[in-house]
Design a protein around this ligand. Structure first.
Ligand code: PEP
Length: 246
């Protein structure tokens, strides 16, 4: 089955570099999306081949109005975004984003039919205390509050301690295959319990130091429907090596 692989470029890559990057992405049997900065989403959209989709990296909690600097779900839709990341740990931690805000963002995205990519994951102390499932439940309960039928929806399990940004030292490590498997099984059970058959359609991606060295072992897990890739998505060669998974 094809996997969904999303590049999260964050606040990297100039418009020129992005325009040069896109034609170099290989066509694979997997679904590929690029979460790019707002400023050149539209330009990228005009250049994207059909097999690469566009994603926002965040969206406003508001639908419209006097919210200087915010970008609404409707505006993302106008630029051609098929997906939008919400609840990324960099926003939860650096911008103190709450589950309630994440829930509002998701509701706004669903209204305009953009597929939310909801990031969830525990931090290192929660992991050490054995609280991973408790944290995942709380984040899922909060973000999916009042959502009876999620429809097209994606979850990314991103343990904070495995994301490049939050690791000290030169060598960055992803979560172990066993940790990934356990968390994905738990998330899939949660989705099944809350949404029944609808929940089974939700793809659950893994994110956190996915690179060409570990991507095969991670993506071959049947519980893993794809990957959200940060640092390794900034180099054409490493991103292509990941998306060519077969
Ligand atoms: C991310 O920040 O979503 C991410 C997965 O980053 P990295 O691959 O660099 O750990």
């Amino acid at each position: 089955m094809s996997k969904l692989i999303i590049a999260n470029w964050k606040m990297n890559m100039s418009a020129k570099a992005a325009m040069n990057f896109i034609p170099k992405i290989i066509k694979s049997k997997n679904l590929v999306a690029v979460a790019a900065p707002y400023t050149y989403l539209k330009r990228l959209q005009n250049k994207l081949p059909k097999y690469i989709k566009l994603s926002g990296q965040d969206v406003s909690v508001y639908e419209s109005g006097s919210k200087t600097g915010d970008i609404s779900a409707k505006m993302l839709k106008e630029t051609g975004c098929a997906y939008c990341i919400v609840g990324h740990s960099e926003r939860r931690i650096f911008k103190h984003e709450t589950d309630k805000e994440i829930n509002d963002k998701i509701l706004n995205l669903l209204k305009v039919k953009i597929i939310p990519v909801l990031c969830v994951g525990e931090n290192i102390s929660q992991k050490r205390l054995g609280q991973t499932n408790k944290v995942l439940s709380k984040q899922l309960d909060g973000a999916l509050n009042n959502i009876k039928k999620p429809g097209n929806f994606v979850i990314a399990y991103e343990p904070v301690w495995a994301i490049t940004t939050f690791q000290k030292g030169k060598i960055k490590k992803s979560a172990s295959v066993q940790d990934i498997k356990l968390a994905h099984v738990f998330i899939k059970q949660w989705l099944n319990k809350h949404f029944g058959r609808e929940g089974k359609k939700i793809m659950v991606l893994y994110g956190g130091t996915v690179n060409p060295k570990n991507s095969f072992d991670i993506l071959k897990l049947k519980e893993v429907d794809g990957a959200l890739v940060g640092a390794a998505s900034l180099k054409v060669s490493s991103f292509n090596a990941i998306i060519k998974f077969n």
